[in-house]
Write a protein that binds this ligand. Structure first.
Ligand SMILES: Cc1cc2nc3c(=O)[nH]c(=O)nc-3n(C[C@H](O)[C@H](O)[C@H](O)COP(=O)(O)O)c2cc1C
Length: 178
């Protein structure tokens, strides 16, 4: 019988997996746009072009996508300015999403796109001015996957805005796996 590797060791192995690091844009039914950092993103079909993103079950972004269907993928550059921008999106929209928060921090709402330069696609998804490239998708499938939900979206539009090395988890050094 094969010995089961202790959980802690599995975490170490899974932390070795490299990812991209993106800002996923969405909008609420009232029209307010939102953005969140996501590493767990991949193309899953050529024809039709499909993209999968795994979202924490309590992410506001997932709530927006369930309601509206539209989401954007902002591909960042590998530079200090983009790292600074990305740090703005690590907060959740709902303060209460962070475990252990109390008092006013629980009721806080973070309007993460306030003060950040962006435009909206034809379908209303936010595209950051600083993005190197972007894709616009429409959610077609929601697949429950443990503490995450995998959203498979059809790629409807996209553009390369400038040439630059793109952001990766290896460059950022911010782990999201394990
Ligand atoms: C480097 C990094 C990568 C992340 N990758 C993901 C991811 O792939 N999926 C996810 O659901 N959350 C991911 N997160 C966590 C979300 O960005 C975080 O929960 C965010 O606050 C959700 O925002 P929202 O509630 O406004 O949608 C990541 C966070 C960091 C710092």
């Amino acid at each position: 019988m094969v010995a089961v590797t202790p959980e802690r060791k599995l975490e170490d192995v899974m932390e070795k997996m490299p990812y991209g690091m993106y800002i996923v844009g969405s909008r609420a039914l009232d029209g307010e746009p939102n953005g969140m950092i996501a590493d767990w993103v991949m193309q899953v079909s050529f024809s039709p072009r499909l993209l999968a993103v795994a979202f924490e079950n309590d992410a506001h972004t997932l709530e927006n996508i369930r309601a509206d269907g539209v989401f954007t993928l902002n591909i960042l550059a590998q530079d200090a300015e983009s790292m600074h921008l990305a740090s703005r999106f690590a907060q959740p929209y709902y303060g209460k999403k962070v475990k252990g928060r109390a008092g006013t921090a629980m009721t806080e709402v973070h309007h993460k796109l306030e003060g950040i330069a962006y435009a909206l696609t034809g379908s209303g998804g936010p595209v950051l001015d600083l993005a190197v490239a972007w894709l616009e998708c429409f959610a077609e499938h929601f697949i429950s996957a443990g503490d995450h939900t995998v959203v498979i979206g059809r790629v409807l539009d996209g553009r390369i805005e400038r040439e630059a090395e793109v952001m990766t988890s290896t460059y950022s050094g911010w782990p999201y796996s394990g």
